[in-house]
Ligand binder design. Structure first.
Ligand code: PBG
Length: 325
């Protein structure tokens, strides 16, 4: 059908018509809100580069999560900032670690809020890498056991879902088997399957105090230039027992979300990361863009590309808009 018989503008005439033919609709059900938890009491430390986000002590974390829940957002993902770090990241899997205590407090007050945990060692190691360092690099196989222990300790504390973000090979299988052996066969794994070595994580590393103290993460996170490799990563994780496949970051990697959506039958998650958030907030502050509109357009684009779940620091702001609150 060609012009003048076909006129695409006919269906754009007014909002009612546009609504009828809209292909993608955002909902609060799509969101997971990331929260940062620190030791102490009464703490709510603003994260400079991520306006509206804070490092929270457990008491304030529960209050923030309460707001998340009241907005209708189904879940949060937790990142812990421990009081001490060491080469083996022992606080990541300590029984009374910061995340373990946060999970317990959240599940006690808000049993219906889904608590997802980030399973990684970078916030807990003094060198800031995501695993056990041997020489100048992370030793893949020696790290698997530490990650598995971390995931198990999260499950034991009451986490509803674990999300490994370390990018070690074989970690999904290792985590699945330790969970199954310990009667946690019902705990799903959301795998950061295609996680790129991205400069968009900059503000997060300030928020979580997790910047590597030497080198970078290029020997384990993916090269931003690769797309076919993302399919291999996702396929491996499906075979190892992942329940949800994540792509991260989101906006600069919409092609990856789209390709993985086509290749994989599992739910696909996308992580709209700290740098994506901060750029919009900064441009809004400068008066250069309409922050709310750019936020909604970005989140819609991530969903349109194929994401079923969106991890985003915008979750609360976007939910409030969607719910007219
Ligand atoms: C931990 C982890 C990171 C993020 C989520 N989990 C940082 C990293 O890999 O350096 C980044 C999230 C964000 O930027 O919002 N490995």
């Amino acid at each position: 059908m060609l012009f003048p018989d076909y006129r695409p503008r006919r269906l754009r005439k007014n909002e009612a018509l546009r609504k009828m033919v809209r292909e993608t609709t955002l909902s609060v059900n799509d969101f997971i809100m990331p929260l940062f938890v620190v030791e102490g009491k009464g703490i709510k430390l603003p994260i400079d580069a991520m306006p509206g986000n804070y490092q929270l002590s457990v008491d304030n974390l529960v209050k923030a999560a309460q707001k998340v829940f009241e907005l209708g957002i189904p879940g949060v993902i937790l990142f812990g900032i421990p009081s001490s770090k060491d080469p083996l990241g022992t606080q990541a899997y300590a029984k009374s670690g910061i995340v373990q205590r946060a999970i317990k407090a959240l599940k006690e007050k808000l049993p219906d809020l889904i608590v997802v945990t980030d399973v990684c060692l970078c916030e807990y190691t003094d060198h800031g890498h995501c695993g056990f360092v041997e020489g100048k690099d992370v030793d893949n196989d020696a790290t698997l056991e530490l990650l598995a222990k971390t995931a198990l300790s999260h499950a034991e504390s009451g986490a509803d879902m674990v999300a490994p973000s370390d990018m070690m090979d074989g970690r999904v299988a290792e985590i699945r088997s330790i969970l199954d052996e310990n009667d946690y066969s019902q705990i799903p794994i959301m795998s950061y399957a295609a996680k790129y070595c991205s400069a968009f994580y900059g503000p997060f590393r300030e928020a979580a105090d997790s910047a590597p103290q030497f080198g970078d993460r290029r020997t384990y996170q993916m090269d931003p230039a690769n797309a076919r490799e993302a399919i291999r990563e996702a396929t491996m994780d499906v075979e190892e027992g992942a329940d949800i496949i994540m792509v991260k970051p989101a906006l600069p990697y919409l092609d990856i979300i789209c390709r993985i959506r086509d290749e994989v039958d599992l739910p696909v998650a996308a992580y709209n990361v700290s740098g994506e958030y901060s750029m919009i907030k900064a441009a809004e502050k400068m008066g250069w863009i309409d922050g709310k509109k750019v936020m909604m357009e970005s989140l819609t684009a991530i969903k349109r590309a194929g994401a079923d779940l969106i991890l985003t620091y915008f979750a609360m702001e976007a939910a409030a808009l969607l719910e007219g609150k």
